[in-house]
Design a binder for this molecule. Sequence first.
Ligand code: M6R
Length: 609
Amino acid sequence: MCGIVGYIGKRQASEICLEGLRRLEYRGYDSAGIAAIRDGQLEVRKVVGKLVNLTAALEEAPLLGNVAIGHTRWATHGKPSVANSHPHLSCDGRIAVVHNGIIENYSQLREQLQAEGHRFQSETDTEVMPHLVEKYYEGDLRQAVAQAIEDLEGAFAFGVICADSPEQLVAARRFSPLVVGIGEGENYIASDMGAIRPKTDKVYVIGDDELALITTDDIELTDLALNPIEREIFTIPWPPEAAEKGGHKHFMHKEIHEQAEAIHNCLAGRLSSPDKPIVLEGLGLSDQEIRDLRKVVFTACGTAYHAGMVGRSVTEAWARVPSEVDLAAELQVRDPVMLDNTLAVVVSQSGETADSLLALRDMKSKGAKIVSLLNVVDSSIARESDGVIYIQAGPEIGVASTKAYTLQVLTTQLMALYFAEVRQSAAPDQIRTLKEALLALPDQVAELLAREDDVKQVATHYYHSPNSLFLGRGVNLASALEGALKLKEISYIHAEGYSAGEMKHGPIALVEPDLFTVAIVVKGLVYEKMIGNIQEIKARQGPVIGVANDGDNVIADQCDDMLWVPPCPELVSPITIAIPLQLLAYHIADMRGEDIDQPRNLAKTVTVE
Ligand code: M6R
């Protein structure tokens, strides 16, 4: 969840690391630090808090040198403090390490190292690494790192430098993401391609238990026994400016506004006309395997889980395969009854979420075939899947997921329709209507984005509220949960997402004038029932924001405020409904003055269990 970056070349390395860290800050922002080597001496600057503090520290006391490593932290072991910030050093202060991940056997290693005379300065798991490297160092940094790694259990991506070998930067990984960026006369490491994209579009993606020895002109990849590894160069498929705010106040706002185009791009090449079959490259399933499917299990975390909920509904409805959805953290601790020909669908923006990866491995070990719906290319989840469908959202930097969600939902819909065609489980007319509805989405979403001021106006009525309830039912239970998650994570307003059918079984006790309810009541199966829920809330003086189809005055007459969405088939509607709910959360949080792109306690990619 932390961000790491490193540089070796001819320029001021700390400046390049700082720039990279700015692009990685979304991964964690409890503290930050950089170590650089100059004239055979290693120097470090570390601060608590966001990168602005590190920038100020570097302005006051610049770090010079042509090799450096940097880190932005999301605390796991030990509170945010200067001592716990990375880089961590060896006893003699000549070896520096930045780390993303968790070293599970650190307390045992720490005891051993202390017994051998090593002195620790922090409470972190990471600090065992510089001491281990110091223990094994006999003039060959790579060798020492490889030996140290043999002692470690857990997940890590490391950047390591040593004052005795300033011409080298060593990187290694197991389980946590890491790339080596290829420059001319200079090279980079980063936990995320976005950090170095403005510098290069060519990277090596490092695999588990692999090491990289990096100099200004060379990159050698090896396994832990130092056997050379051949790796193809990966070209980052998006332009440098894709990771900039592009005039928007926040990345979240930019990413909300990218959705019409992103949906268009996601459909391109897959669904071109209601009369043509869907093309899904990368799925990795033969038509016979699709016909033979006996169960589909969606699994994911957070927002991606909500997309999986929609996936479950559409797969069941259109492809007529028994379908389930489970939180990745829960699936691992269940012992699901497995059927032959079970497909597990892992949904993840980053492709690095630890719980999703563990759920994948669990399902694979039980015999399921794995298809993943991912955004980041060449991630850990991608590498362990039988098939991958990329949602093609481009980089998503805002911690609150927006465009990835709508594209994850869209991809589950495309996959379910594709299955329906192969399995002939839906009538051709129905399939045609659904395809038309998907093809209409880019224009509908563009129209919804153009109505932003209306949503902002609604936000002015509620941004002071302490509590909120999001109600939906059927496929739009997912929309209610996602709307509540968006609001709570960036505005810190207490937001409950509930099935409207459950309202009378408890949540109605919360209803009072200070709690606003967002009721999703588009035309479809649950329309009438949702009207009943709205009336029950109004009878208890609870303010209601209705999310309804354009021109539905029956709903408007009963609600205090309205968020309008264009009509479409109910099972397609989670995409259109997401837009005003994202904008509502965004504007409420903005009116409250919150730090929208870096909400407290969160990190973009959760690479720890
Ligand atoms: O990268 P992933 O899609 O696997 O991430 C899953 C969740 O951590 C993520 O969706 C999280 O819930 C977001 N902060 C929600 O906005």
